[in-house]
Write a protein that binds this ligand. Sequence first.
Ligand SMILES: [Fe+2]
Length: 262
Amino acid sequence: MKIAHISDIHFFVPTFKISHLFTNEWLGNLNVYYSRRNFFITENLDAFISSLLKEKIDVLVITGDFTSTANGKEFALAKQFIQKVLDSGIKVFGLPGNHDMYTKKSVKHRTFYHCLDNLPPFSHGHVHFETLTDSWNIILLDTTMHNKIGRANGHFTLDHEKTLRHLLEKSSNVIVANHFPLEDKSKSHHLIRDKHLHHLLKDSKKRVLYLHGHTHNTSYHQETDQFHVFNSSESTVTEKFHYHLIDLTKDHFSHKVVKYYE
Ligand SMILES: [Fe+2]
């Protein structure tokens, strides 16, 4: 089974309203206006879908930050994109990032889940479990929280930990997808209790592929024989345009980076 991993698409439709002054939305729109609009080229997503088909991808995993300020128009673009991939015959898994829970309103109304109702609904509250093959499962974590202006933290709670510990028991090989990295020294952007998640996965004795975004770069590293970390968070950044392709075999996997637009 072939998996493609991308993250941090950041669809954006700026809205400037007086009532947004000095709120997260105001900051997010300024951010988009002055920098992100030069970075994120969503038009190339058609080339991305062609590449998925050429590589015979079965499953696409998107680890959050579909939007920039969690407004309805941005979610509508994200939903359209997901639908295009689904219509190409590719299964899509997605979870929210901090930008998809950017405002108090979007957290309260769970806008991500209401708007992106063409993604599989979460099976265990803030955790989703699904079987991929006879030997591989996937677990998605929603570790988003409401943030004050200027912050972009996530939180791996005790509830997440309890559910994840139980679900890991069902798996010998598992993909664990979450928006946040396991090691981020920035106090304002890191995952709260990241060390607990890191130790749980690393010490689980399972083969774990940890997929994340958030940091706007691309990397792969192997921590142990069993524990591998993929970051695909510059998948749609200008002149980068690539994704991680992970080919799952019975008890192993191979991987490569695919460039989808020259
Ligand atoms: Fe993020």
